[in-house]
Structure formats: structure tokens, C-alpha cells
Design a protein around this ligand. Structure first.
Ligand SMILES: [Zn+2]
Length: 308
């Protein structure tokens, strides 16, 4: 089917309390993994590009590849811009055919964030009814070239969120509730403020988005290190955290790190096990298959499997 507007996919997810996975990509193989997983799991899927991914893959290439694959897929596929930070990013992606965009004004003051988001909403809504995700509060960690240290991270304030959504008109909201971007999320136990999610959901009613929500699979990290990688000990979200976050009102979960880790682990192992191999298809193919399996597991975990 043609690319789906994300807002349409949200209606059922919001009503039935499940989340749709957002899987980031910048190349052919990651996109194939996500769309094939959607088909096999009968699950809606969101494939997303950051501005860095767009620079790497080329916007027309990425949009056309996604369109072509979505058309052959019987499950709905939305193409989303992850962490756009300016109107230039929003216009570029809406004009190119994205069906959802994120405007991240979380580094600005509340008033500035509202103003920027309002502008993005006006443009996206009048050009095809494209869905807009905004962010309030600030996540720690690293996303593309945006780095936020712990001292500058702050959780989303529920009362501010009410004013923010009312004045900006955004369709969905990324909330800061304790997760962070990148592979190094929690030093000790996983700490997510589930009550904050529930309070914000009750006040707003709109789809809420959880960023920085990879589980940072220890097995992938171990394989990476076994075959010459150098990753520090780290952890992410466990299955129970996903379930609790979704029960409290999260409808979209962003997953990038887990795919990258699995990819790197399989590529490293393949190169080690087959030192004579130099055909990229035989090096990238097994990694693509492994990433698809991870995505299928996530779809089951998020409750989106069978919802297409
Ligand atoms: Zn993010």
C-alpha cells in the first residue's frame, strides 16, 4: 500500500494501548529488515531517518526506496523524520514525501519551542496532513551530533506539556521520563518515571513517544567484544519496562541502538568466521537477517504484531 500517514496508524494504537516501533535506517538493508518484519508479523511499522541518515543516503533515494517497498507490503508503513531541528528540515521532508516529521525544539526555551513547533505543525498539516511529533523536556545521551550531558537533561513537566500541546498543536509528544539516547543508558538499575507517563497521558490523551528505548542486548555487546570490538558494560530497557510504559500511554517506541549493535555483532562474527569472504552480500546478508529477527521480536514486545 502507499506510505501511510502516521496519525492514522496512531488512532488504533492509542485506543487499544499498544505501541508502534520506530526503526531507524540509512541504507537498503535496514529498510528491508523493517518492512519485511512488518509483512511477516502483520504489524504497522515506522521507518525513520535522522538528518544524518538523509545526508548519508540521499533524501530522494531513501524516500523512493521506502515508497517502493511499502507499496509491496500489506502492512502499513510510515516514513518519519527523526529529530528535525529547523523549519528547513521539516519542509525538506514534507516536500519529499515523508508521512510524519519530528520537530525537536527541546533545546530551546518553552516559548521558543512552542513557536517552532507551531510553525512545523502549520506547514505539515496544510501539506498533506502530515503528522508532527514534538519534544518537551530533554533526554540525555547522544543522537547524531546532538549531545546532552546528564546535568542538562530534564524530565517533562506535565503542566508545561498541557500548555505546550494546546499552543503548538502537535499530534504526538516525545516525553523525557528517564531514558537516554545511545548505547550507554543506565549505570545501575533501569529508572523510568512511569507515573509521569501516566499523568501526562491522562492530561493530554494524545500518543506519547518514548525515545532512547533500546534494550541494549548484552549478547550483542558480548559478541562485538568477543570479535575485536571495544564496548563498555551497559544496559537498556527490559521487557517489563516496555510493557509498563505502554500500559501507561506510550504509543511509539524508538529503537535504533539495538539494530546497530546486532548488525555490528553479526558483521564482526561473519568476517572472523569467513576470512576468505569479500562479497558484500555474504557479509551484509546475515546481518540483515539478524536485524529483521530483532525487529520482529520488538513488534511482539510492543504489542503491534497482528495489528496491521
Ligand atoms: Zn530520539
Amino acid at each position: 500500500m502507499p506510505l501511510e500517514i502516521l496519525g492514522r496508524m496512531y488512532e488504533k494504537a492509542n485506543r487499544e494501548y499498544y505501541a508502534i516501533g520506530q526503526f531507524n535506517f540509512s541504507n537498503l538493508e535496514f529498510l528491508q529488515s523493517a518492512v519485511e518484519a512488518a509483512e511477516e508479523m502483520k504489524s504497522p511499522v515506522i521507518v525513520a531517518c535522522s538528518t544524518g541518515a538523509i545526508k548519508y543516503g540521499g533524501i530522494r533515494n531513501l524516500v523512493n526506496l521506502t515508497r517502493t517497498m511499502a507499496e509491496k507490503c500489506s502492512a502499513p508503513v510510515a516514513l518519519h523524520l527523526d529529530h528535525g531541528t529547523s523549519m528547513d528540515h521539516i519542509k525538506m521532508c514534507v516536500d519529499a514525501g515523508f508521512t510524519s516529521v519530528m520537530i525537536d525544539g527541546s533545546h530551546h526555551s518553552l516559548d521558543e519551542n512552542i513557536k517552532l513547533t507551531r510553525e512545523a505543525v502549520e506547514y505539515a498539516h496544510k501539506n498533506g496532513g502530515i503528522t508532527v511529533e514534538a519534544e518537551l523536556g530533554r533526554l540525555g545521551g547522544i543522537e547524531d551530533d546532538i549531545k546532552v550531558d546528564e546535568a542538562h537533561a530534564c524530565l517533562t513537566d506535565p503542566q508545561e506539556a498541557v500548555r505546550f500541546v494546546k499552543e503548538s498543536g502537535c499530534d504526538s509528544l516525545a516525553v523525557a521520563v528517564g531514558t537516554s539516547h545511545g548505547a550507554y543508558k543506565f549505570k545501575g538499575a533501569v529508572k523510568i518515571d512511569f507515573d509521569r507517563i501516566a499523568t501526562i497521558k491522562k492530561l493530554l490523551g494524545i500518543p506519547l513517544v518514548l525515545h532512547g528505548a533500546s534494550s541494549v542486548d548484552p549478547e550483542s555487546v558480548a559478541v562485538i567484544n568477543q570479535y575485536g570490538g571495544k564496548m563498555k558494560d551497559t544496559r537498556g530497557l527490559d521487557a517489563e519496562s516496555y510493557h509498563k510504559a505502554i500500559r501507561n500511554g506510550i504509543n511509539k517506541v524508538n529503537i535504533d541502538t539495538d539494530l546497530r549493535l546486532k548488525w555490528t555483532a553479526v558483521v564482526r562474527k561473519t568476517l572472523h568466521d569467513k576470512p576468505e569472504e569479500f562479497d558484500p552480500r555474504n557479509i551484509l546478508g546475515p546481518a540483515r537477517a539478524a536485524v529483521k529477527e530483532i525487529i520482529k521480536e520488538k513488534m511482539k514486545l510492543l504489542g503491534s504484531a497482528g495489528k496491521a
